[in-house]
Design a protein around this ligand. Sequence first.
Ligand code: SF4
Ligand code: MG
Length: 285
Amino acid sequence: MSTDIRFTDFKSDKQPTWCPGCGDFGTMNGMMKALANTGNDPDNTFVVAGIGCSGKIGTYMHSYALHGVHGRALPVGIGAKLANPNLEVMVAGGDGDGYSIGAGHFIHAVRRNVDMTYVVMDNRIYGLTKGQASPTSREDFETSTTPEGPKQPPVNPLALALAAGGTFIAQSFSSDSQRHTEIVQKAVEHDGFGFVNVYSPCVTFNDVDTYDYFRDTIVDLAETDHDPTAYDDATDMIMDGNKEYQGVLYQDEHSVAYEEREGLSDNMAVIPDGAPDNATNLVRE
Ligand code: SF4
Ligand code: MG
């Protein structure tokens, strides 16, 4: 790890193909800043992504990265972390990737509590496939495939995480750069599975959950007396589901990461014969 790493060191030389104004730009910038602020550098960082507009993030960030299959980024990230506990693992995805096809992995990743970070760019729509209702779309959100809306209540991702035994449950807004960065940073620093659901507007296909909507409705927990270690209060707020909160809703201050609990040491990684030099260095450093 290095102390003089800047967040721009996490930028790759690839130009993002996200639509101008997409929330994913702000989400990614905050992730890079959080990694730099916590003393990580690209050589000890592994970014795993699934499928969707969000899934392109590993190309735009300069780090070790894997752009995997739909909904399966979390088990890959867990495997990498358990093989090499020195690695900083950040998994990124979207609401479709994480709360639909990947929902089973999400629940079990939460309850396993491996020391890693999961950032979900929640735009409440499938953007890459041009605007279908996603698990977090509103009940009356009209799309080409749901002309009268999905007619079912949206998934509450924070409630799913809470029910699965989450030890760090937070939410941020991609446009509020400072707060988003702070919140992701806290997730990185958390001893266990740091989950951040990020309001990351899709400016092309979602004209309901817009920047203006979130600016007008977000309740920033930094401006309240909310204590994230107060489980009952966090539960009430999360289960209510009617407010758009920004901040850490719940953090178990006694959380112990899975690998620590199970006594997995830093030198448990097995380096297979024929592994490339950089992989060997990564594990041994
Ligand atoms: Fe972003 Fe939506 Fe464009 Fe995808 S379609 S890049 S989510 S604005
Ligand atoms: Mg989406």
